[in-house]
Design a protein around this ligand. Structure first.
Ligand SMILES: [Ca+2]
Ligand SMILES: [Ca+2]
Length: 259
């Protein structure tokens, strides 16, 4: 009888302990800790997400483990289907019967044990250059400079009903003019404030510089806020730079890149 009582007390202590731990650590973080994802961006970028940490896989030997694994495939930002993938110089796609699928579009592959949403977006020419002029002034760029990229995208990243404005301006890879320097700027305007994401200014040497574009608007960690996946293309066959930005502590910070 005395022993029984002891067991019951012990059991109650254990139950209280676990309830306390669950409350203290929080349901969300316990669920977060279980989240695992692999994101393939283009042919040369493989990112792993686990325990709230991002890892950029560089070695072919560590990428090979995804051969014949199934990924949700997005081409040019539209969900295409779930395909088996296989990596060589690029990602090859196969259906369930291992029949090869041809594609030429921008490739994004997602394999995750939770839901990763993407948001569609429209890329337009910049109409109002006020914010661009601000950024140019701060970086000593003459505002009459000819541009090769001038895009503006409105997207509500945090679903608060107000759009954020993503601007991309660049004069890289000029065809009919020769600048003394090539530059690229990517910035977001949120509540009238400019947040700089990416900046590159180099002396013009013919084919140097990077040409950024929005690869995807994607909620990689399923917290309801969308992240920005930026690709900075390089001239010719060089691998592009891929960078994933998240709005944390009132600024856009890099979660992971392939650099
Ligand atoms: Ca918003
Ligand atoms: Ca998110």
């Amino acid at each position: 009888m005395k022993n029984n009582k002891r067991y019951i007390v012990l059991l109650i202590i254990l139950v209280v302990f676990f309830v306390l731990m669950y409350t203290l650590i929080g349901k969300d973080s316990i669920e977060n800790r279980k989240k695992e994802a692999t994101i393939l961006v283009g042919d040369g970028t493989t990112w792993e997400y686990s325990n709230n940490r991002w890892v950029n896989l560089k070695l072919e030997s560590s990428i090979e483990k995804y051969n014949w694994k199934k990924f949700k495939v997005f081409l040019d930002n539209e969900y295409k289907d779930d395909y088996l993938v296989w990596h060589d110089d690029k990602w090859y796609l196969f259906d369930d019967n291992k029949v090869a699928q041809n594609y030429t579009e921008n490739f994004l592959g997602i394999n995750s044990n939770y839901d990763i949403k993407t948001k569609s977006f429209e890329v337009k020419d910049i109409e109002n250059y006020n914010y661009v002029e601000d950024v140019f002034n701060k970086n000593d760029i003459t505002s009459s400079t000819e541009l090769t990229v001038n895009t503006h995208t409105e997207v509500d990243l945090d679903n608060d009903g107000q759009v954020e404005d993503i601007y991309i301006v660049s004069n890289v890879f000029p065809i009919d003019f020769e600048p003394s320097q090539v530059f690229s700027f990517v910035f977001v305007v949120k509540n009238n404030k400019i947040y700089n994401l990416y900046k590159s200014i180099e002396k013009y040497e013919g084919t140097n510089g990077t040409k950024p574009y929005i690869n995807s608007i994607i909620d990689v960690d399923d917290d309801g806020d969308y992240e920005i996946l930026l690709t900075c293309a390089k001239y010719s066959t060089e691998q592009p730079i891929n960078i994933l930005y998240k709005f944390i502590d009132n600024d856009f910070k890099i979660l992971i890149s392939n650099q």
